[in-house]
Write a protein that binds this ligand. Sequence first.
Ligand code: DGL
Length: 288
Amino acid sequence: MRTRSVSANHRRQPTGRGPAVAVDSRVRPIGVFDSGIGGLTVLKALTEILPGENFIYLGDTARTPYGNKSSEVITRYSRENAEFLLAKGIKLLVVACNTSSAVALEAIARDTAVPVIGVIEPGAQAAAEASVKGKIGVIGTEATIASGIYTRLLKRLRPEAEIYTRACPLLVPLVEEGWTDNEIACRTVEHYLAGLKDSGIDTLLLGCTHYPMLRGLIRQVIGPGVRVVDSAGATARAVHSTLARFKLLRSARNGEQVFFVTEMPERFTRVGRRFFGPQVESAVRIER
Ligand code: DGL
């Protein structure tokens, strides 16, 4: 997670009549972006912990996947996503994509006046806390694993830990196809996890937003002795505490979600319902 101080216009607004109240800032939406659909697993955790908040979700479906692209391209796309959401007047930005968080979070946070929270640090924290023996496996996209960020963070949190990583590029298309428990999915997961299993890990971190959709199968393949953790819940808790710290929590009950995509809104809503639920009724396509 990376947070930045809020700028003056997100702090309490002077009214000239007694103590100022930051009503405007609290009612602003939270911006969430992902390379496509996977970030909906993070949005789900966010809406569970923060049911009163309004969310604007952007899925860059025209340019997904990010996981096999260069750092330069991922950073450019991620910046454009952040700019779109910032122009909507958001009060906090969630980078709900492991690949973008791994590669571009620093660059985005540097240019952004609202708090920016990624999924890597909360996920690493959750894995470091869950592991008893300090033998931790991490799976993710090629770009996330190549960045080495999970290993660096986990080593900082648990210097004695042994970290084993594995890029699993075929899992994203399998999940998008809805193949989360068939023979092909099973064989693919077995193939990717074989080495991690042999390493004797006691915790497996799902370092990609799509992988929670495969949690049942991954649990079955890796076996009962390994704790399987992801970053969605931990990220949502980090967002909650950041909003509380900056006095930006919205005290309402019925928050709403609005969805924007850069391509194929019908596919997004169809597949998105599996990730998030029936609330993904429609998505607005934006031009890039
Ligand atoms: N959302 C990406 C992640 O969490 C996975 C999909 C992609 O490669 O763009 O890394």
